[in-house]
Design a protein around this ligand. Structure first.
Ligand code: ADP
Length: 449
């Protein structure tokens, strides 16, 4: 095992990694911007290094400063968390050149899955079902019309470099295609410096189902079932659960083993998530995330595993201790994302926390870097915590979520907590009857009322 790991991230995910390191007896180095000098991850790590000014580009994305921090502290490996440099193949390459281990997959796999057209082509070859669509990139508007006419509207134009819901435009009818095509290209060019797009059939009422996989990098891989993340706003997940309410054990085994085999075949190393849209009993691949996901705790809960410890083990060259036949689901788990945002418009709401009280008791986990008196800086993502509950069944987990939300106190800033109170009153949420568009429609209705 490593003797010291640097965590190239902040907030709750930095704490999550520090906790796993501590339990393994691994030393920890936090890095932080000047705006985060008082942050909890800095307090909790054994050592810390300031790597730059507040802006993420100059600090948490500053590769030279992170490498220097490794060299100063003697850290042998870097855990990237999620976001920031977690899916940056060039960063992995630089670490390798400096003999520092990246806790994650190879640069080659990150590159392969980071380009959505290549990812899709790879998945098709590996026998993973994909959304029907164009054969690779669509370079001209004439080609876009030809492909879409053949497939039938509605279609979605997607950027191969896209992420975080950007570079994605819907064309409900042929008349919308010119606008969708040019704006997807422009948005992608601006955000990612790449205007290559492809076209997919737009699914009207799918659920978002993602499969957690884990590979040892030597040709062995397992799956840890699925998560249902269908409750989304602007393609961002807000409420996640495992197992998926619509997935039977047979379906789970079928899609899970297909995903595990695909990862074994490419020699994938570490944690990864294969995302699907699921409609009328069929799975359609949309993308693969080559990192730990925000919502990984619901999987950890139902399988009683620690994904971060396994990441550390595999990166250190040890054997992964997962065996497919031993991975068995127990109960149900739900996560809600607590953001410092003002409803109803989800406007970011940074500021000083005057009171923080975390819920507790059986089956409650809170992953958060908040503390009394902490000032949430305005420069970063508005996620300030995740409340994760478990229960013997979905209704039991929902009841526990209701109870735990009632105990949670975050004063001083506005948060998304009231959204979850309201959602728990909805029959569709209670029965798990929703698709990826449900939340947006519900929010529209609330706004009208
Ligand atoms: P990103 O990398 O930007 O998150 P994804 O490809 O993962 O993009 O898609 C994000 C979300 O966009 C999905 O969860 C889904 O809600 C919607 N989406 C993507 N592709 C389709 C499609 N073909 N049909 C319907 N909705 C889609």
């Amino acid at each position: 095992m490593f003797s010291k790991v640097l965590i190239a991230n902040r907030g709750e995910i930095a704490l999550r990694v520090i906790r796993a390191c501590k339990e393994l007896g691994v030393g920890t180095v936090a890095v932080h911007s000047t705006a985060d000098a008082d942050a909890m991850h800095v307090r909790m790590a054994d050592e810390s290094v300031c790597i730059g000014p507040p802006s993420g580009t100059e600090s948490y994305l500053n590769v030279a400063a992170i490498i220097a921090a490794c060299e100063i502290t003697g850290a042998e490996a870097v855990h990237p968390g999620y976001g920031f440099l977690s899916e940056n193949a060039a960063f992995v390459q630089v670490l390798e050149d400096h003999d520092i281990k990246f806790i994650g997959p190879s640069a080659e796999h990150i590159r392969m899955m980071g380009d959505k057209i290549t990812a899709k082509e790879t998945m098709i070859k590996l026998g993973v079902p994909c959304v029907p669509g164009s054969d690779g990139g669509v370079p001209t508007i004439e080609e876009a019309h030809r492909v879409s006419d053949e497939m039938g509207f509605p279609v979605i134009v997607k950027a191969t470099a896209g992420g975080g819901g950007r570079g994605m435009k819907l064309a409900l009818t042929k008349a919308d295609l010119d606008e969708a095509f040019s704006s997807a290209r422009l948005e992608s060019k601006t955000a990612f410096g790449n205007d290559e797009v492809y076209i997919e059939k737009y699914l009207q009422k799918p659920r978002h189902i993602e499969v957690q996989i884990f590979g040892d990098g030597k040709g062995r891989a397992v799956h840890l079932g699925e998560r249902d993340c269908s409750l989304q706003r602007r393609h961002q997940k807000v409420f996640e659960e495992a197992p998926g309410p619509s997935i039977t054990p047979e379906l789970r085994e079928q899609i899970g083993s297909t995903c595990a085999k695909a990862c074994a075949d490419i020699g994938y190393s570490g944690a990864g998530t294969i995302e699907f849209l699921y409609e009328d009993g069929e799975f359609f691949f949309i993308e693969m995330n080559t990192r730990l996901q925000v919502e990984h705790p619901v999987t950890e809960t139902i399988f009683r595993v620690d994904l971060v410890k396994q990441q550390l083990r595999v990166a250190a060259g040890e054997e992964m201790t997962f065996k497919q036949e031993e991975l068995e689901i127990k109960g149900h788990s739900i996560e809600v994302r607590i953001n410092a945002e003002k409803l109803p418009n989800f406007t970011p709401c940074p500021g000083k926390i005057t009171t923080y009280h975390a819920p507790g008791g059986l089956g409650v986990r809170i992953d958060s870097a908040l503390y009394d008196g902490y000032s949430i800086p305005p420069y970063y993502d508005s996620l300030i915590g995740k409340l994760i509950v478990s229960g013997t069944s979905r209704p039991a987990a929902l009841a526990r979520l209701h109870r735990a939300l009632g105990e949670l106190v975050i004063d001083g800033v506005e948060t998304t907590i009231p959204l979850f109170h309201a959602l728990l009153d909805e029959e569709d949420v209670q029965t798990g009857d929703y698709d990826i568009h449900w939340l947006e429609k519900w929010l529209d209705k609330q706004a009208e009322a």
